[in-house]
Design a protein around this ligand. Structure first.
Ligand code: ADE
Length: 418
């Protein structure tokens, strides 16, 4: 079996992490048990480009249990848990091509390695796999029946592909399932980004001014958790509606040029480019901490920061100190890559449970419905989304009411008013 990981001797530690995560992934576990019996993915080859974590390992094990042959590579050069990668290879016979800290060239070499199996299904987190196929490996399109996409940024790229008719096979936007972004993006990113900043710096949030760029689902989650820790949170936005929402949620809203002067900690969660740029760095306080939790490391203009700096040195794991020519220092965490996976362990298993249950059910849906699907971006069918919610609630031991016949009739009628 071919693979490329850091060190196979890390497998025992990785195995413990996979089992620990499994305890919180009860929906995925139920799907895995059904897959083991029914084998709905029998003979299907899946190339998967996800963050290589204990939670992803549980997804891969479920898909393999369903009869698929699955190859994994990382969806970010800095998010791989090397011990988990080792355990997948050693204990589960799942080929992994991912090493934490790999350079860009190796990152793409690994993407190409998982594509060499000629997949029928692609599974992306950020759309690098499908982009690699469309830009240079179109020969693979013959075998592909469909794909899935995990994250907001990836779905944005897919919609751009679909708009210019470049999308060459159907893709299900797992991100857009309610049981994904309501929880993973909000509570997952909220907690794990705070966790990443704290693990990298051991900084106290209470009393700090925290600038959150972007008030989408991820920004909302982060702002909420930073406030909960006692920070004064400022939100920056480009969307009027989200700016009103942030204001009514109790946050101060202002342009980045004003926020730059006030912040102690900055985080970008926008999916956009150069949200923190040269003119912002020059306005920042001495000792400001800057990080990103969006998918790509494009939200902070690090090239400009480097050009503005006299020197850069690493002062702690995941903390680089930039000394500017005006003698101020700015600290950048995790090289501007997603801080929750670079310096911490990503979202907790309990939310990834729902995200990856959607992934598993979406793959089964693609296998069963591929003949009738077009080359467009699909949302996860409502029935599957609801089923994930039902199973999750059930596993949490929470019961809810059901409509009475009378209520159902009332809600489906229009005649009775005041
Ligand atoms: N994205 C964010 N957190 C993650 C995790 N724990 N595993 C996989 N992908 C993630």
């Amino acid at each position: 079996m071919k693979y490329d990981i850091k060190d196979i001797k890390l497998a025992e530690k990785g195995s413990k992490r996979i089992l620990w995560a499994e305890k919180e992934m009860s929906v995925l576990k139920q799907i895995r048990e059904r897959f083991l019996k029914e084998k709905p993915l029998k003979g299907k080859k899946i190339s998967s480009c996800l963050h290589i974590t204990a939670e992803t390992a549980n997804l891969a094990i479920a898909l393999k249990g369903g009869g698929a042959e699955i190859y994994l590579c990382a969806s970010n050069p800095l998010s791989t848990q090397d011990d988990v990668a080792a355990s997948l290879v050693e204990h589960y016979n799942i080929p992994v091509f991912a090493i934490k800290g790999e350079d860009n060239e190796t990152y793409y070499k690994h993407i190409n390695a998982v594509l060499d199996i000629k997949p029928q299904i692609t599974m992306d987190d950020g759309a690098d796999l499908i982009t690699t196929i469309l830009l240079g490996r179109k020969d693979l399109l013959r075998d592909i029946i469909g794909g899935t996409e995990e994250t907001t940024t990836g779905v944005m790229r897919l919609r751009a592909m679909a708009k210019c008719k470049a999308l060459a096979y159907p893709v299900i936007a797992v991100n857009d399932a309610l049981t994904k972004h309501f929880f993973d993006n909000k509570y997952g990113t909220g907690q794990s980004s705070v966790d990443g900043i704290i693990r990298a710096t051991n900084i106290l949030f209470a009393g700090k001014v925290v600038v959150t760029a972007g008030y989408g689902w991820c920004g909302r989650g982060f702002a909420m958790r930073a406030k909960g820790l006692g920070a004064h949170v400022i939100v920056t936005e480009i969307d009027h509606l989200k700016a009103i929402e942030a204001t009514m949620d109790g946050f101060e809203v202002m342009p980045m040029k004003e926020a730059a002067k006030k912040g102690d900690i900055f985080i970008t969660l926008t999916g956009s480019l150069n949200v923190i740029d040269g003119d912002h760095f020059s306005l920042m306080k001495d000792g400001a901490i800057v990080c990103n939790s969006g998918h790509f490391n494009s939200e902070i203009n690090l090239k400009t920061l480097r050009d503005m700096s006299e020197f850069v040195k690493n002062v702690r794991d995941f903390v680089d100190e930039y000394t500017l020519k005006n003698d101020k220092t700015i600290y950048v965490l995790g090289e501007g890559r997603l801080i929750n996976l670079a310096a911490a362990e990503g979202h907790p298993a309990s939310v990834m449970d729902m995200s990856f249950a959607n992934q598993a059910l979406s793959v089964q849906y693609l296998v069963e419905n591929c003949v009738s699907l077009e080359n467009i971006v699909y949302v996860v069918p409502e029935k599957l989304d609801n089923e994930v919610a039902r199973l999750k609630l059930n596993s949490m031991g929470i019961k809810i009411d059901a409509l009475t016949e009378e209520q159902e009739e009332y809600l489906n009628s229009w005649q009775s008013g005041t």
